[in-house]
Design a protein around this ligand. Structure first.
Ligand code: B12
Ligand code: SF4
Ligand code: SF4
Length: 253
């Protein structure tokens, strides 16, 4: 089953890119598995919010969580470096990756059903409280628990393929045994390692990191400016200026 799941995710990315002429959008996904009973999931109630779901709140007999990251290609990242507004390429990448994550989730659900199991699907985004700007399911904290990376001072999870891309996670009631053995994951943010970077925060165009305190409402206001600016492309509450042109944008720094 593990190999079928990995193959489903990888081939969906390739096929969707090919069928929609989006060959310059994504790199190969990173995929990790976590047990739905992993003790580390308890930190979600502390570091995200007391309302954060546990896997069984989404799928009552949850057994495993599949966490994945779909990294953008370098040209998408480069396109968003200049200017105040998000680039059109970044906007399209956001919209198409959210669509792709939905398709991946649907395919995993079908695969599970074919074998008599179920899947609990979660959208890539827009599952957040618009007043608090906090979700009850944080994909990147799931990826952190899965050992995929560490958090930069711009809040992004930095993976071996950088931070520019999108995360998904899906819960299944099939017991997979391919869990990454819990081991100390090496810090990837240069500033956390030796205080010697901080490029990301300086790139914010609205000073959302004033005094190193991230103001999510200031940030959201700028994301909504892009909704209006790119309304002809689709709904995109995005920005991402503090993710691009960094040592950690497309690779581990
Ligand atoms: C709500 C939300 C927003 C809100 C609020 C953002 C915020 N930071 O809170 C708004 C609309 C403003 C927003 C903006 C953006 N978002 Co957004 N957003 C989400 C959403 C839906 C939920 C995030 C959430 O609830 N966070 C809860 C808060 C409390 O946690 P947090 O922000 O993640 O911050 C944590 C880290 O800093 C972490 N941390 C830092 N150091 C350490 C160390 C340890 C040991 C631990 C455990 C944790 C930790 O602790 C904080 C609290 O726990 C997720 C999708 C999802 N459902 O997961 C996408 C998501 C987080 N967004 C994403 C992106 C890319 C963006 C933007 C760049 C927009 C864009 N696409 O162009 C900006 C970046 C803003 C920023 N600098 O954080 C990606 C992140 C990819 C990545 N590499 O991490 C996600 C995961 C979407 C996805 N499916 O990939 N977003
Ligand atoms: S740009 Fe530097 S300080 Fe910011 S997250 Fe990346 S490595 Fe850390
Ligand atoms: S996404 Fe844009 S507004 Fe939000 S913190 Fe980054 S640069 Fe600032």
């Amino acid at each position: 089953m593990y190999n079928k799941i990995i193959e489903t995710i990888k081939s969906t990315v390739i096929d969707y890119a090919k069928n929609n002429k989006l060959n310059k959008l994504w790199r190969e996904p990173i995929i990790e598995i976590i047990s739905a009973k992993d003790e580390k999931l308890k930190i979600l109630k502390v570091v995200v919010s007391a309302e954060h779901f546990m896997p069984c709140d989404i799928l009552p007999d949850a057994k495993s969580i599949i966490s994945f990251f779909i990294p953008f290609q370098e040209n998408i990242v480069r396109s968003n470096v200049e200017g105040k507004m998000a680039s059109e390429e970044w906007t399209i990448a956001y919209i198409k990756t959210n669509d792709l994550i939905k398709i991946i989730n649907d395919k995993i659900e079908i695969l599970m059903r074919q074998h008599g199991y179920k899947a609990g699907k979660i959208p890539a985004t827009h599952n957040f409280d618009v007043k608090k700007l906090i979700s009850n399911w944080s994909h990147r904290h799931i990826a952190y628990i899965a050992g995929m990376g560490t958090f930069g001072i711009n809040n992004m999870l930095i993976t071996k393929n950088g931070c520019c891309g999108r995360f998904g996670s899906i819960i299944i009631n099939y017991e997979l045994n391919e869990y990454k053995q819990s081991k100390e994951i090496k810090e990837k943010c240069l500033n956390k390692l030796n205080g010697n970077c901080g490029v990301c925060q300086k790139r914010c165009i609205v000073d959302a990191y004033e005094n190193n305190n991230y103001d999510r409402h200031k940030c959201y206001k700028q994301c909504l400016e892009n909704v209006e600016y790119h309304k002809n492309v689709g709904y995109a509450d995005i920005c991402g200026k503090c993710l691009v042109g960094l040592p950690c944008s497309i690779k581990e720094p």
